[in-house]
Each structure stands twice: as structure tokens, then as C-alpha cells.
Write a protein that binds this ligand. Sequence first.
Ligand code: SF4
Length: 371
Amino acid sequence: MNLKLKDLFYEFRNPDTIKALSAAIADEAKQLEKPLYIMEVCGGHTHIIMKYGLPKLLPDNIRFVHGPGCPVCIMPKERIDQAIALAKMDNTILLTLGDMIRVPGSKSSLANERANGYDIRALYSPLDAIKIAEENPDKKVIFFAIGFETTTPMTAVVIEQTVKKNVKNLYFHINHVIVVPPMRAVMEGKSKINAFIAPGHVSIITGSKIFISLAWKYKTPIVISGFEPIDIMRSVLMIVDQKNKRQSDVEIQYSRAVAAEGNHRAQELINRYMQLRENFRWRGIGNIPGSALQIMDKYSYLDAEKLFADILPNKPAEDDKLCICGEILRGIKEPTDCKVFGNVCVPNTPMGSCMVSSEGACNAYYRYRGV
Ligand code: SF4
């Protein structure tokens, strides 16, 4: 690492600045009329919060609550069952991203099926899907695409390239989800959330404007935060300041990357190739209308869900009775409330999706709760 880059990281992780922010938050928090339950929506934030032990730097009347912003954690079992069914078709290569391979479906996982000999591959870049399809013209190549608005533009680029290059053997099973509807579902549920730290990477694409109606409707301050510990502590201070002033606004702490309008080119690309899906079931939350995307009707000849509908299992699959991932994703419980946390369920043998990805709350607690 060269000196300049090292200095930059130091600037964002400087312990003296973190301590000063902690003291400022404690001071401001004395004026709070009610305890503050701040949901960090994004799994990336959960990871940083636990890694740097930030909960211990907050006063007793402020708590972090972990939210539904990890795309691997929210994937319902039946969608994984569908990916497995697609991978088991003759002459098929199934592609997906990273941790998705290890998430348990109702009977198996993609990792297990890969061990059983099916051709299931984790992509480093979604664009590799084109190359794999071109190198395997005799096979059906299916991209099981996942992620929030952060990764959706990349999938849209792959669809665009597939259309432009007239690639005949690449199909898409789209599982892209949208961040605001589950936040609304959390506010309509039983959690005590009264403020949000909103995801920085999603907001680079969408802009901050998507959160305004949520902040006003639920009288909830929302601060879009960067991913360094100082970013998150500053965001907490901004939320406390809003609460003390009785404001419910959307503010951008991560102003070095996020603008109100977002990235128009990326938004336009998504809208050209994808449209809102009527229904999508979220693990532990249930169906949230308008919370996910599918391929635009015009390109349905690329849509694996439509083309191979007859072999896809469609029944909602229940989570393991012992797993409380759903309540964790809704901000009602914490990983340590789960009876099998850290004993039966560990990162190497996860029982639920929240233990798989480093962005999952159970995984982050397991790794860092002693920090
Ligand atoms: S510890 Fe495992 S079983 Fe328990 S809620 Fe987390 S993922 Fe589910």
C-alpha cells in the first residue's frame, strides 16, 4: 500500500476522531426524548459496525438494529430451489455471484449440487457470463442474477451485450430487489425503528431522492452513509441532531460519492431492460409488492423463469423452524437471540442465510461480537 492510500484509510479510521464523535454523540443524545433505534439497512454497514465495535461507542439510549439489505440473506428458499432445478437441466451451466452458492435452499444448496457434479460457477464479474456463453455454444448458460440497485446496472449491461452481440444461449433468472419497499415493510411491522442509516452504494445509483417519501411519511430521519467507521459515527451524530431538532429529512453524509439525483446513465440502463415485478417473496418478510425487478417483456426470450417455467418449483418453502433470520431482517430480534447461533449454525455450516454472507447479521456477530 502506498503512503497516500494508507493515510486516506487512517483519516477514515482515526481512533481519536472516532472517540471525539462518540463523545459528541453521547453529549447530544442527552437531549433525546426517546431511545433511538437506528436501522442500518445495508449488510455492508452491519459488517463495519460489528468489525469496529461501534455499538460499544454509543450511549445506552442509542441502538443499532440490523436490516434487510443483504441480497443473499433475503433470498427465499424457493428461488434457490429454482436455481438448482435450472442447474440440473441437461447441458446447462448455472452462473451466480459469490456467497449465493452456499445459501441453503429447501433441500440442498448450489454448493452441494456443484459437489454432485453439476456445472455451477461463481462469477467474479457479471460480464464474464457473455464470455462463458460464447465459449460454450452447445450449452444453455443461465445467469442467476442477484442484488440491490448497486449490482442491477451490471446485469442490465450483460443483457444489453447479449442482445447486441446476438448471443443465443445466455438466459437470465432475475432476482434484483429494490431497497425502499422492505424499509417501508419494516416501518409497518413490529420493530421499534425510528431512524435509518441508508445504503451508500445503492444511493450512488438511485440518488437520495428515493428515500424522501419514507422519511416524511414515518417521520424518520434518514442519513445516507459511507462505509468507514467515521462515516457511520458521523451519520449517527447527524441523526441525533435531526431528532433533537424534530426533523425528518434525508441527508447525505456520503457526499463524496452520492448526489440527490444519482447516476442517470445507470438508471436509464436498468429501465431499458428491466421492469417492476408485481410480487416477490422476501425471506422472513413475505411478499412485498413492487419490491423486485424482472426482464422487460420485450426481452422475455431471455427470461429463464418464463422459458423453463415448467421445471421450476414455485411453492413457497418455509425456513427452518429454529432459524429466526426473518425476525432479524425485520429488526425485531438479534442474532444472539437465536438458540443455534454459534453452536449448530456457524459460517462453515450455516443453517440460515444470515450466517452465509459476510454482510449477514449472524455472520458479522459471529466474527466480530468480541471486538
Ligand atoms: S444463527 Fe443461523 S439459524 Fe440462527 S438466525 Fe442466524 S442464520 Fe438463522
